[in-house]
Design a protein around this ligand. Structure first.
Ligand code: GTP
Ligand code: MG
Length: 203
């Protein structure tokens, strides 16, 4: 799929104020600093579209970007950033959970995992919570440019083996780097396929 236009539309703390549309949307989630905003910029080919930072906790709102005047990418705040303070952490958790559970037009949640790290409890618990709530999701390994291809294979396999302890069948898995662009075509092709499906009606 070609990205012809990508426009920031609105930021929100409240899922009820998100665009009232019947377009497909795809949200990006994961621990703070995993590379959500960078991946969105890589996918859209617009470097400054989503705000990125080397300091964790940059994205604190639900951000909607309209792509090709047709579907949305949503940049979400990261979870599990302890330095935020209790109150802010609780607020972010509420924003994320309400968005995920209430946004009927969210066709797939891309769960980003830093490929360099061993499986983390917080990610496993989050993925388990998605399963309990029947949320459609896919796994996206990030920052693969930071490792040799052998190390990347070993780390991601370890991760998927841990997931298999919880899941009989694995969700779709993508291998990406925002620095060198790998995984872009695969992710956009997947989105293109999902865009063809009818949207689940809102209640
Ligand atoms: P929050 O909004 O704070 O939750 O973070 P985020 O998940 O949106 O991460 P962001 O995209 O801001 O990236 C965090 C840092 O990782 C930045 O310094 C990016 O340049 C770097 N980064 C992200 N993706 C990649 C990647 O694929 N390769 C490399 N080498 N660096 C990356
Ligand atoms: Mg971000």
């Amino acid at each position: 799929m070609n990205i012809t236009t990508a426009k920031f539309e609105i930021s929100n703390t409240d899922v009820n104020k998100c665009p009232a549309t019947t377009r497909h949307e795809y949200a990006f989630i994961g621990r703070s600093n995993v590379g959500k905003s960078s991946l969105i910029n890589m996918l859209t080919g617009r470097k400054g579209l989503a705000m990125t930072s080397s300091t964790p906790g940059k994205t604190t709102l639900i951000n909607h970007f309209l792509i090709n005047e047709d579907w949305y990418i949503v940049d979400l705040p990261g979870y599990g950033y302890a330095q935020r303070g209790k109150q802010m952490q609780a607020q972010i958790k509420r924003i994320i959970e309400e968005y995920i559970l209430q946004r009927a037009q969210m066709t797939c949640l891309f769960v980003l995992i830093d490929s360099r790290h061993n499986p983390q409890k917080i990610d496993m618990e989050f993925i388990e919570w998605l399963g309990e709530n029947g949320v459609p999701f896919a796994i996206v390994f990030t920052k693969l440019d930071k490792m040799s291809s052998t190390a990347g294979k070993i780390q991601t396999r370890k991760y998927l083996d841990t997931l298999r302890e919880q899941w009989e069948e694995l969700p779709p898995v993508f291998y990406t780097s925002s620095s060198d662009g790998r995984g872009r075509k695969e992710l956009l092709d997947y989105i293109e396929e999902l865009n063809k499906l009818p949207l689940v009606d809102e209640e």
